[in-house]
Design a protein around this ligand. Structure first.
Ligand SMILES: [Zn+2]
Length: 85
């Protein structure tokens, strides 16, 4: 059984493997893209789809999902992903 998670953009459920994993590291309090799940902490997921990332950023959904307001840097990083395609 594959791990399934809700996209913070479209709010649909997909295989976690197919999504960006974004993790608030418990130890450091910093937020990282976490493709290989090496970082431990509260995580949020979003489809690898520019539209989903943009929707998530527009709704400021990461704040709620990770329970932090310290999201400016990771939001910039995600925005860059949507520009690079
Ligand atoms: Zn999505």
């Amino acid at each position: 059984m594959k791990k399934q998670r809700k996209c913070q953009g479209c709010k649909k459920i997909f295989d976690a493997d197919l999504m960006h994993k974004i993790t608030l590291e418990s130890k450091s309090g910093k937020i990282f893209l976490n493709p290989d799940s090496k970082i431990l902490g509260r995580s949020a997921y979003v489809c690898k789809d520019s539209q989903c990332i943009k929707t998530m950023l527009k709704k400021k959904a990461l704040r709620g999902a990770l329970k932090t307001n310290n999201v400016a840097e990771i939001e910039q990083e995600l925005l860059r992903l949507t520009i690079e395609g």
